[in-house]
Design a binder for this molecule. Structure first.
Ligand code: AMP
Ligand code: GLY
Length: 423
């Protein structure tokens, strides 16, 4: 079959790498892709916001399945539009994608279905929100309702900080003024990323992972899209995984089905493992980036039939097999990220780095410039490795990092520290 993958990050490189080896894949396209994806797929220039253009390309090339990586096109309804045009697409509908697109929607769904999450209130105006913050005290968490590219959450240590976050969000500090915000209890515990594949009715557990959101070593500095990840997350024991499926994932899938908008695609639960058990921090309606990269390295089964089964409502009795090995990825980013950074610097040594045992390099923001690879974004490379333990995967990944010559780049040096402390 011919597949079109949408996106251009490290997540999409990992997905393309995995789909390209499927015996089911005849031809793989990726739009817009990047310099690494171009090794696995034919990259095509398409504007993902232009659904008509995507549909026209898919029809012209007789695409059998479109796989949507990022949340923005999902929340804009690209799956609805492709399916309406008779093209199979993997991912949730616009309605179901509100699990990521609207914090208020998800919080209300949790409340209505008794799913464990932080206590909260929704607000349409600043004065009531501030009054609530003053009543509850700090620490407290302030979130804008819609998509905000990872910048829509402020964990406020003081009431004053929470009040200025409220003013910032309603005042348009994140672009358009927030139309609604959610204020919630600050949860204490260890975070984990949990993934399930859903077909509208059945959900099967994928693997767990842990991300590193802060830019600096020791979890310091501002939040980013994610500076590194590993899988599995040791805190996610069998029993904890079962609780997440029973208390969070299954109730969500059943509630959306009852509401007449079945959820198909990857459901990514951002969890806080508290002393009372797992609590949902947020949902994402796609694979995580960089979590996807470590999941794909650990997935033994063919990915393509799994995506098709999810799209076709056939996950019942479906089984996926995983390598027992750990996988770890270190994100190399352009100096300045997540703030201002430059594009266009030359990256060398990728070939030698890929020779390290167990290593795999996925590209995120890269571009080919003749035979050279140049940086073309904030998060630029995912240097990954498998190993028997997280420690072994980590030492292989950093051995590969150390062979990459890119003076304009940087990475965290402590990815995996929590797991290694446990090992
Ligand atoms: P989100 O964009 O919802 O994933 O939030 C970004 C980060 O903010 C999360 O990964 C957590 O570290 C933190 N966070 C969000 N909500 C809470 C909460 N209720 N309690 C504690 N930390 C939170
Ligand atoms: N790494 C977190 C995310 O993809 O949202």
């Amino acid at each position: 079959m011919d597949i079109l993958s949408l996106g251009s990050g490290g997540r999409e490189h990992a997905l393309a790498w995995k789909m390209a080896v499927s015996p089911l894949t005849d031809k793989l396209y990726c739009a817009p892709g990047n310099a690494g994806i171009a090794r696995e797929a034919e990259c095509v220039t398409l504007d993902l916001a232009d659904h008509k253009a995507v549909i026209a390309f898919a029809k012209d090339r007789k695409i059998d399945l479109v796989v949507v990586g990022p949340e923005v096109p999902l929340c804009a309804g690209i799956v609805d539009d492709l399916e309406a045009a008779g093209i199979k697409a993997f991912g949730p509908t616009k309605w179901a994608a509100r699990l990521e697109g609207s914090k208020g929607f998800t919080k209300d769904l949790c409340k209505a279905n008794n799913m464990p999450t932080a206590a909260y209130e929704r607000f349409k105006g600043a004065s009531a929100a501030k009054e609530y913050v003053r009543k509850k005290g700090a620490p407290i968490v302030v979130k804008t309702d819609g998509l905000a590219a990872g910048k829509g959450v402020v964990v406020a240590e003081t009431v004053q900080e929470a009040e200025s976050a409220i003013d910032m969000m309603f005042g348009g500090g994140l672009g358009a003024p927030a139309w609604e915000i959610v204020i919630e209890e600050c949860l204490v515990g260890e975070e984990a990323s949990f993934f399930a594949l859903c077909d509208g009715e059945t959900a099967i557990q994928l693997a767990s992972a842990q991300d590193h959101k802060r830019v600096g070593d020791g979890d310091s500095g501002p939040n980013t899209g994610g500076m590194g990840a590993y899988s599995p997350a040791p805190i996610m024991t069998e029993q904890m995984n079962r609780r997440v499926m029973d208390e969070i994932i299954h109730p969500t899938v059943h509630a959306l089905k009852r509401a007449g908008a079945p959820y198909k695609g990857v459901l990514f639960a951002g969890l806080m493992i508290t002393k009372d058990g797992p609590k949902l921090i947020e949902y994402n309606v796609r694979f995580g980036d960089p979590e996807c990269q470590v999941l794909m390295l650990r997935l033994m089964s063919d990915l393509v039939p799994a995506l098709l089964a999810a799209r076709d409502g056939q996950l019942k009795n479906f089984d996926l097999r995983w390598y027992p090995d750990a996988a770890l990825t270190v994100v190399m980013a352009a100096k300045g990220y997540p703030g201002h950074y430059n594009k266009g610097s030359i990256i060398e040594g990728l070939g030698a780095a890929a020779q390290i045992e167990g290593a795999e390099i996925f590209h995120a923001g890269t571009k080919a410039d003749g035979s050279r690879i140049v940086a073309n974004g904030g998060r630029v490379l995912n240097v990954c490795a498998r190993g028997k333990t997280v420690r072994e995967a980590q030492s292989r990944a950093y051995a590969a990092v150390d062979l990459i010559r890119w003076p304009d780049g940087f990475c965290r040096r402590d990815i995996g520290w929590r797991a290694i402390e446990r090992e």
